[in-house]
Design a protein around this ligand. Structure first.
Ligand code: ARG
Length: 408
């Protein structure tokens, strides 16, 4: 029995935020696509409370069935997995990218339970999110519908359509930007920010205050590469990220204004805020500096980059990622200890670190100790120093000899 036979209606599950794009999708899915019923699904990945109220009210006004799925714990776990990979893409800590596979999967589960025939999103045909959603959805038998992309809609058209139809959308400054916020980052796009030469007004930021506070120290405790406590208080991942967002945000930590290379090749100007991500990534890397060997760090930075790239693509399920994580996992056992960071002037930097696994010998490095330890003394470096650069010297004299011969 197909879904439509069982219910007598063709239902479509729509990724729904209550924002402009997904709001106009509702009447379009009914009128233009002919679906009988739209089910709006909002997945909770830690976006601000106000967004749920907005989604709920908009769904009510549109008279669509509305589901909210709580995926915060799962999302926070993934964010912390990304910390083990020191994951950023061109400087962006990947909040939107990490959330998409989780949101897409949650929506598919609602569609299964509600006998839907189709899955829909309100992404444009220019961005990354369409690819990330559909990477999950195209693995199913559902019809996949993307009204904004397929009907070639612009934000201006959507605003006019919403006004004409009396659809509930936020006007004014709040509706000016395209915002995507979750536990890990808040992105602000659109309007005057589309001109990379425009300096943003401070009011685009909601999580980060303009710096001006007295500096503050935070101590993070890591176990197996995962942050587990703040200033000695154990916290679960959601609580930890929320608390650090609050504290570091008040110091103006974690603003990024960047040019980003999207998957389709477009360059876009992006503004992000991500206080907790900045603090946790900074602290984690500081601990790795203490406990990992030179080769491990050098190779891991390549593995980290590959991991971040797959995460940016929304392809965290790829077997390649599992293989990368096998390497990451074997390095993280020793990433256990504490790091103190200083929040100051909108920045965050490590100022102290400690671990039982430190690959560090004070005796070896100290200016006050004559010998190195392990039966090695300073004088033993004399032979090394004589050899250092030997091959370059050989090569340079060979080059000189060659030139002399040529000019003879
Ligand atoms: N460029 C980022 C990404 O692809 C964030 C996009 C956020 N979307 C938005 N409507 N502000 O991950």
């Amino acid at each position: 029995m197909t879904a439509s036979e069982s219910t007598g209606t063709d239902r479509v599950a729509l990724a729904f935020s209550g924002g402009l794009d997904t709001t106009v999708c509702v009447p379009l899915l009914e009128d233009e696509y002919g679906y009988d019923q739209v089910i709006g699904v909002t997945v909770d990945v830690g976006q601000p409370e106000a967004e749920f109220a907005e989604a709920r009210e908009t769904a009510e006004a549109l008279d669509v069935e509305h589901h909210v799925v709580d995926a915060r714990a799962e999302f926070a776990d993934l964010c912390l997995r990304s910390v083990q990979a020191n994951a950023t893409y061109q400087g962006y800590p990947l909040g939107t990218a990490l959330a998409r596979p989780i949101i897409a999967t949650a929506i598919r589960e609602v569609a299964d339970a509600e006998d839907c025939v189709a899955l829909a999103h309100g992404c444009t045909g220019k961005g990354n999110d369409q690819l990330r959603f559909e990477a999950v959805w195209r693995d199913t038998d559902y019809e996949v519908v993307a009204p904004v992309r397929e009907l070639g809609l612009t934000r201006e058209w959507e605003n006019d359509y919403a006004a004409e139809r009396g659809l509930p959308v936020e006007g004014g400054a709040a509706g000016r930007y395209s915002i995507d916020a979750n536990l890990w980052s808040r992105s602000i796009e659109g309007s005057e920010l589309e001109d990379p030469a425009t300096v943003p007004e401070d009011d685009i930021y909601e999580w980060t205050a303009s710096p001006g506070r007295e500096p503050e120290l935070l101590e993070l405790t890591f176990e197996d590469g995962e942050p587990v406590a703040l200033d000695g208080d154990p916290m679960d991942p959601v609580e930890l990220v929320e608390t650090v967002n609050e504290i570091a945000g008040a110091h103006g930590v974690g603003r990024t204004d960047m040019m980003e290379d999207r998957m389709l090749g477009l360059k876009v100007r992006e503004n992000y805020e991500h206080p907790a991500a900045t603090v946790l990534l900074t602290a984690h890397e500081a601990l790795e500096q203490l406990v990992l060997t030179y080769e491990e760090r050098a190779f891991k930075s390549q593995v980290d980059q590959q991991w971040a790239h797959k995460a940016y693509q929304g392809l965290i399920d790829a077997p390649f990622v599992e293989a990368l994580e096998a390497f990451l996992g074997s390095t993280q056992e020793r990433v256990t200890g504490t790091v103190t960071v200083k929040l100051e002037g909108g920045g965050c930097r490590p100022v102290a670190r400690e671990s039982a696994y430190a690959v560090y010998s004070e005796r070896a490095a100290s200016f006050n100790e004559e010998d190195v330890g392990g039966g090695i003394t300073q004088e033993d470096a004399t032979g090394v120093a004589k050899y250092h650069g030997f091959q370059s010297r050989l090569a340079n004299s060979a080059i000189e000899r060659g030139r002399d011969r040529d000019t003879e």
